[in-house]
Design a protein around this ligand. Structure first.
Ligand code: COA
Length: 704
């Protein structure tokens, strides 16, 4: 699909309003009114067969009857009239359709929605919507929506699946003084989606950062690809994180809200910063739209108040950028700009006596020091200082320092005077907040962005392995030809082994004598397990016997297992019994994979046993991933210290584990058309240098 078609949606040269009602209060009337009043410079063509004049403009009976070319059409006629409206637009050569009308997939009318997309694509048109409030652009003076005004000007963009939120955010941009250039309502995303818009905005010179309100992605993988390549900060607020919220989101836009952990993982992988709520979205957008990323974790805080300094220190720790003492030379220099009872450690407390001069010297010096990665300047309103003067001093210090690649945020705690000072600072390009923890959280957003971009750049994603895939497909085809969608443990381990994963040696015995013979070859002690596609939970069926030390024990176990299996499920298809090497015990971990509805194959890692059952201490990544992301998974679970070695225990072989997680992720990616879910549980992870063993394996195939 031609990407330049989106130009017609984002910056059309002429606009028709199809359904331009003559009745004030109707949406078609409002859209026409806003286009005119907010100063849209191109021709506006109201379309309404029953009218001749509207708001001083000539009204046309159809789009095709318009005298000049029409780039985009805002469509505000009832759902049943949309098809004809689109055909009329097509005849005129319209490229962009801003489809405000509701009544499509969100109420189950999927076929109607598909049909209008088909009409659009056949006629080289792109549709924004349906079920939207419209699109707004300050640069283009275009309010093609029923929002009451263009947003407070700035360089951020908003893409929102919720239309009502666009209206609310539009108003809040003024009270919060967070500037936006574009607000885009995406609605049902029948055609144009998040990814299309991010791709377009990435090239827009008037957009410095892109914020997203997301209920669910259709094609999360494509979004990740584009986000990775976008050189601008993207901030996502994902709604539907609670089970109840997810259900509400699904019914709201007809899209599936995926598991929150998978979304979080995907965002981390493609360098998208997350916001926890609407307030946080504004705070983070403000920082990311005005300041460069923070490349290291050396955050310095300069304050005139001890209390707000401590609050900022606590927040820094909470946000993952704990403060460090400033180096001695920094402390020595800063000491010159404060009274003797000040502190130059970090937070740097220039005390309540601090006037503009001390702020000027301290900020200017600190910014130029190579140790510093980011600076938060805090100020408590005092009787002997004027907040606006302090704000201007901070701006002056930043400008005089000549430093443009390190972020600065400010915090002004006080009343009306501080509010005015903050507004002045924001308008002069320095994000300012009313609370120390909010300012530090904004610095954390800049730090997270810097870290994620560096990780995205260190791209070590493995590539497809056709040889392993070929071997795996043979095993899978065998199971399919037997009419099965569950591989046996032996088959699953063969697939794992094809991808180079260390599995316990396992062979199939079809009789007691065969089991005894295989046992001798394998060596004692060993494990016997039932092999039946009908018995997934083998232990529950009495189908597992461990620590068998001699032939007699093996023979007895064989008989017991068969008897238990038949008692558990009389008609189970029993392939035999697996004779398996008994692995030396190690730290129990679990690997798994699912097919996420938005992101496709996704791998999971966590501590096994009770940790996974009771604590759900697991983490996800969208497959495939390289060893650096795999290592990140191991360090982000709560049980990470167990793998690092606690109380004198030796650390576990995390390097070997990371390599296996990466291979595992490649396996589920290569076989994404075949595999629905897998797990390797338990995997026994040994001390550093001793590797690991996959003890049990499960692969469930997709139904075809
Ligand atoms: N071409 C041009 N104009 C047409 C037309 C056509 N094919 N068919 C009807 N019209 C005119 C009507 O005559 C009317 O003008 P009038 O008031 O001067 O007579 C105007 O278009 C609007 O049609 P009407 O039937 O009055 O519809 P409406 O204004 O009540 O509702 C929508 C239309 C699109 C607003 C409504 O169907 C809808 O979808 N509302 C929800 C929008 C929304 O909330 N979006 C998502 C937000 S999150």
């Amino acid at each position: 699909m031609d990407k330049t078609l989106l130009d017609a949606l984002f910056q059309p040269k002429s606009i028709a309003v199809v359904g331009a009602s003559t009745k004030p209060g109707k949406i078609g009337y409002t859209v026409t009114d806003r286009l005119i009043k907010d100063g849209y410079p191109g021709p506006i063509y109201p379309i309404n067969p029953g009218a001749s004049e509207l708001l001083g403009l000539k009204v046309y009976p159809s789009v095709s009857a318009c005298p000049g070319p029409v780039d985009a059409a805002v469509v505000v006629v009832p759902a049943e009239a949309v098809k004809d409206a689109l055909l009329d637009c097509a005849q005129k050569g319209v490229k962009g359709i801003i489809l405000i009308t509701s009544g499509f997939a969100e109420i189950g009318e999927k076929e109607l929605e598909q049909e209008i997309v088909r009409i659009a694509h056949e006629n080289n048109m792109r549709i924004l919507g349906p079920n939207i409030v419209g699109i707004l652009s300050n640069t283009d003076k275009m309010n093609a929506s029923f929002c009451p005004f263009l947003p407070f000007p700035g360089r951020a963009a908003l893409l929102s699946q919720s239309g009502a939120l666009v209206i609310a955010i539009d108003a809040a941009t003024y009270s919060r003084r967070v500037g936006f250039d574009k607000l885009v309502s995406l609605g049902n995303m029948a055609d144009v989606d998040f990814t299309d818009c991010v791709e377009w905005l990435a090239q827009d010179e008037n957009t410095s950062c892109i914020s997203l309100y997301i209920e669910g992605f259709r094609d999360g993988r494509r979004f990740m690809d584009i986000a990775r390549k976008t050189g601008k900060p993207i901030i996502a607020l994902k709604a539907g994180v609670s089970a109840h919220g997810a259900a509400a989101a699904a019914s709201h836009t007809g899209s599936l809200a995926g598991a929150v952990k998978v979304y979080g993982a995907a965002f981390t992988q493609c360098g998208v910063v997350q916001a926890s709520d609407l307030d946080n979205l504004f705070d983070r957008v403000l920082a990311l739209s005005l300041q460069p990323p923070m490349r290291g974790d050396n955050l310095l805080i300069i304050t005139n108040g001890g209390g707000i300094g401590v609050l900022a220190t606590d927040a820094a720790e909470r946000c993952g950028i704990p403060l460090k003492f400033a180096p001695p030379d920094v402390q020595a220099e800063l000491k010159k700009h404060m009274p003797v009872f000040g502190s130059a450690k970090n937070p740097v407390d220039i005390t309540g006596m601090a006037g503009p001069d001390w702020y000027l010297d301290a900020v200017r010096y600190a910014l130029t020091h190579p140790w510093l990665d980011g600076l938060a300047v805090l100020y408590c309103e005092t009787a002997q200082t004027e907040p606006l003067e302090i704000a201007k001093t901070i701006r002056q210090a930043v400008t005089e320092s000549g430093v443009t690649d390190k972020p600065v945020c400010a915090c002004f705690v006080g009343g009306e005077r501080s509010l005015k000072a903050m507004q002045w600072l924001v308008e002069s390009g320095i994000p300012a907040y009313a609370a120390p923890d909010t300012a530090v959280n904004a610095m954390a957003a800049l730090y997270e962005y810097g870290q994620m971009r560096a990780a995205v750049a260190a791209n070590d994603i493995p590539s497809a392995d056709p040889a392993a895939r070929g071997a795996a497909l043979k095993i899978i085809q065998q199971a399919r030809s037997d009419g099965r969608t569950a591989l046996t443990e032996i088959e699953a381990k063969q697939v794992f082994a094809a991808y180079g994963m260390p599995v316990t040696a396992t062979r199939l015995a079809k009789s007691e004598d065969e089991a005894a013979a295989l046992a001798k070859q394998t060596g004692f002690p060993l494990v016997l397990k039932i092999v039946s596609p009908d018995i997934i939970h083998k232990s529950d069926a009495g189908g597992v016997k461990v620590n068998l030390k001699d032939e007699a024990a093996v023979r007895q176990a064989y008989r017991d297992i068969l008897q238990n299996a038949k008692a558990y499920k009389a008609d189970a298809d029993i392939h035999g019994v697996a004779v398996q090497e008994m692995a030396e015990w190690g730290a129990e971990v679990i690997l798994g994979s699912v097919n996420d509805p938005s992101f496709g194959p996704t791998v999971m890692f966590g501590l096994g046993g009770i940790f996974v059952e009771a604590l759900k201490d697991v983490t996800f990544r969208v497959a495939p991933i390289g060893v650096s992301q795999a290592a990140g998974m191991m360090s982000e679970i709560r049980g990470a210290p167990i793998l690092a070695g606690v109380r004198g225990e030796k650390p576990r072989d995390r390097q070997a584990m990371a390599a296996v997680i990466s291979r595992y992720s490649q396996m589920v990616t290569d076989l994404m058309d075949e595999i629905a879910e897998t797990d390797a549980n338990p995997v026994l992870l040994y001390e550093e240098g001793k590797g690991l063993k996959v003890v049990d394996a499960r692969i469930i195939l997709k139904k075809k």
